[in-house]
Design a protein. Structure first.
Length: 35
């Protein structure tokens, strides 16, 4: 049970990191479009 919970949290961290990177890229594209 503990291992499953830890694995789920690592998966959650990976998805949140990917979302942050995607958001950063999106914001960068918006800024470049404005300029």
């Amino acid at each position: 049970m503990g291992e499953r919970f830890k694995h789920r949290w690592s998966l959650y961290d990976i998805t949140t990191d990917a979302f942050k990177v995607r958001f950063r890229v999106l914001r960068f594209q918006l800024l470049s479009n404005v300029w």
